[in-house]
Design a protein around this ligand. Structure first.
Ligand code: ATP
Length: 322
């Protein structure tokens, strides 16, 4: 079996490198680069991605795979390189180096194929949409016309919670309502892959919860979602896996439950005794609670058992390298 058919049999794609040496001696040669072999099943595959803005390295050789149907949250402080990474994946920015595949397609490709690829992805950018003179209904209907297989416009209006503003002009919406319109425009095309860059900034708590429900519906329908957010509770509630990025480098990729060894972190047990709140940190909270229960003969006053949440783990990770 040749290298190439072996690669196909293994479900790998490969990179062609070709070079024209002389006009009359056309020499095209290829190289199967198993070191950057990419899974054809992944929705997003990134190897050694870097982006420089002049002397500033914003993204510094990152590797990342997002499986189809997965919700992946990219976390990191301001200026970490999240938006730059996402914009390269969306085809809005050119990488300085590295290999990128999004739904099997290199986003830097030019030509007609790009439009077909664009129809498969939905994007909610960090900045809000231009405030047009069109109403909410008109704006969403207008965007729906661009897609082969749009979601139902009325359903989307309900899903993003804009029913009460359906006839309001986009420029008359509040910041949070405008953000909901952005989300509506991101999902109207029934995307296979949805990019959400800080989607709930400006949402009130109730709107955020409704948005989380919408994201769960999209996931149940099979949509792959790449989310960037500064809300750690949002990542914990939604993400199958999170990647922490800082100074352009990925620090760790893990599930929200296991990031930074969270599942093995000591639990804090607190209780009230003689009017004083006591606390201990322990690897075995069940044993401590049993001991306390025997000491108190049953009820332990104001007992709490807490593991560090994602935010605490994240802040420790970011703090350690600063
Ligand atoms: P935030 O959470 O604030 O949105 P981010 O993680 O998305 O931050 P990026 O916007 O990707 O960060 O920026 C990464 C780095 O690249 C920052 O230091 C930023 O100043 C720099 N940068 C971003 N865009 C440009 C640009 N167009 N020209 C020069 N530098 C840029």
């Amino acid at each position: 079996m040749s290298d190439i058919s072996l690669a196909f049999a293994l479900g790998l794609s490969f990179t062609w490198t070709h070079r024209i040496i002389l006009p009359n001696k056309l020499s095209i040669y290829y190289q199967l680069r198993q070191d950057v072999a990419m899974s054809v099943n992944a929705a997003i595959e990134v190897r050694g991605l870097s982006k420089k803005y002049g002397a500033k390295t914003a993204v510094d050789g990152i590797d990342l795979t997002v499986e189809r149907g997965e919700i992946f949250a990219l976390l990191g402080p301001n200026g970490a390189g999240k938006t730059t990474t996402v914009e390269i994946l969306e085809g809005y920015r050119k990488a300085s180096s590295g290999d990128v595949r999004v739904l099997g397609f290199d986003p830097a490709t030019k030509g007609n194929a790009v439009q077909r690829w664009r129809n498969q992805i939905g994007i909610v950018l960090q900045s809000t949409s231009d405030a047009a003179d069109l109403s909410v209904l008109e704006t969403i209907s207008h965007y729906a016309n661009y897609y082969e297989n749009p979601r139902d416009v009325e359903q989307v209006i309900d899903e993003v919670g804009l029913r009460g503003k359906v006839n309001a002009k986009a420029r008359e919406l509040s910041g949070g309502q405008r953000r909901r319109l952005d989300v509506a425009l991101g999902i109207i095309g029934s995307p296979e892959l949805l990019f959400l860059d800080e989607p709930t900034t400006g949402f009130d708590p109730e709107a955020r919860r409704s948005f989380w429900e919408l994201i769960r519906v999209l996931k149940a329908e099979g949509t792959t979602i790449l989310l960037t957010t500064h809300y750690l509770d949002e990542a914990q509630a939604l993400a199958d896996r999170v990647g922490v990025i800082n100074n352009g480098k990925i620090l760790e990729i893990a599930t929200p439950q296991t990031l930074g060894g969270r599942n093995h972190a000591p639990a804090k047990v607190t209780w009230l005794e003689n009017g004083v709140t006591n606390q201990i940190h322990t690897q075995d909270p069940t044993a401590e609670v049993l001991k306390l229960s025997q000491r108190f003969n049953g009820q332990i006053p104001e007992l709490e058992v807490l593991r560090p949440n994602l935010e605490e783990i994240y802040l420790k990770m970011i703090g350690e390298i600063r």
